[in-house]
Ligand binder design. Sequence first.
Ligand SMILES: Nc1nc2c(ncn2[C@@H]2O[C@H](COP(=O)(O)OP(=O)(O)OP(=O)(O)O)[C@@H](O)[C@H]2O)c(=O)[nH]1
Ligand SMILES: [Mg+2]
Length: 499
Amino acid sequence: MIRFNSQPALNISFVGFGQGGSRMVDVFASFKSTDGKPYYKTYGLNSNKNDFMELKNIPQDNLVSLDLNGFGKDPSEAIDIINMHDESLKKIDNLVERIHNKDDDLIVFCATLGGGTGTSTIIKTLEAYIKKYVDPEINQVLESMLEKQNITPEQFMKLPDDKKKLAKVKAVELAYKLNRIKKVGIIAALPVRSDGPNTLSQVNKFTNYLWTLSKNPLKAIAFISFPDNQKFYDDWVKNKDVLKEKNYRDYANVQVAEVFHELNLGTNMGGTDVTFDPKDFRKVMLEGEGCLNINRTNVNSSKVNSSNDMYELLSETFQGSLLHDSIVLQEMDQESKELVHQKVFNVGLLTVTNDELKDISSSYLDEVKESLSTNLYLNGSVFTGHVNVSRTSYKAVAYTFYKTHGLPARLSKGLVEELTEFRQRKGAVKFKTDSIEKANEESIDLDFDDIKETSLKGSLGSGSDLDFLNDLKDEVSNEDEENNNLGKNDLDFLKDLKL
Ligand SMILES: Nc1nc2c(ncn2[C@@H]2O[C@H](COP(=O)(O)OP(=O)(O)OP(=O)(O)O)[C@@H](O)[C@H]2O)c(=O)[nH]1
Ligand SMILES: [Mg+2]
């Protein structure tokens, strides 16, 4: 890990759900400044106390146990049980109150999807958080915006739906700018293929739901990141002789935590006009919505002789992803033969070299920026920065990070496809196992498009209580947001529509 000599650009609390999520947060909790102070506030939630035994760094007082007996890797059932269990709901509410504090810029929820506890509680906690700290703020801000425009609540209610939604989006933007809303980021790891069709099918549903929520500006979700355990597993198996982590899970947790931490410190180095401005880091992480794509690559310093070499390094880095399959941003539509683009929000580019390379011109930053602005469907700006570190670092490193409405390939078609392939492979064998047949049945009519526009009603679990899905009713479509200028906070546009 590169140890940047700086403080975090963003103050963040990390909350881990289930065993995997808590272990991931335990790595964030291990990062300490030279005076021994942790960089982050960290919390963990699990179904029973024993599950906390292997954690070393999250403060004991910040570990919440639902005192239930685990959920046997079944998130749908877990949701149903929690919904019926007042004690658990109360504990989740208390946790929500604890993690919301005025010093933070961001709260990040972490879970490794597929287990019962992590998958269900990340969703229950997110919903409780939005209900308590997001919805009321939006409503209050909206009320005062309407008051200023002399629009009564009754008049507002009579307006067309799309105008009401747009007014709400503007209220969210203003509430965020007034620092009345703290956004939540989500890190939701995807399971390995060998977790089997039942898990993949369940995770498919839950990622659908999280993805739909994440793209809805009214939910104030800063980003969602989908680290892929399959990728870490494959990497780990290939390199295990040289890696210090004893299994792919630890390797995954370290990869995820380190790159977030490096970005948070590396973008706050200050000093010269080429260093990254922490306010810009804030913009990349907190503005816009969607899937956060981070990449980091490096070359040996001896391979870098010119600004052009850095240009190559940075451009290549932008094409890939560190934590999952790459995300396709431009694709030829086979029918129309037109290039179709994924929406990309603010982009961050950061390079790090050692002192020996300090005379290389930083013009490559401008050149990569120019090329991205020309070629991408950008819904924001490109922010750049460069840092010199001491001679002891022998690598030149490039980081790229941005949010997009595109998804990692495995998620966009993979989880469902993997399941179908699994069924085909097993097709010759007569299956009697209910769980597999059920998994197939549930996923058979799912298509990638479902991830974008599905209404999830009734698709999670046994469906005895799906109240928590009701919020989806007021989902704001991408078009509303796209066709309007979110920079303006006033509601002038409503005046003409007043009834
Ligand atoms: N990246 C990563 N994945 C993990 C880790 N621990 C478990 N997993 C994976 O995460 C998925 C869910 O497992 P857990 O987190 O143990 O499950 P849980 O949320 O505690 O839920 P239950 O034990 O079923 O109640 C499985 O696919 C595991 O292989 C971890 O430390 N890191
Ligand atoms: Mg567990």
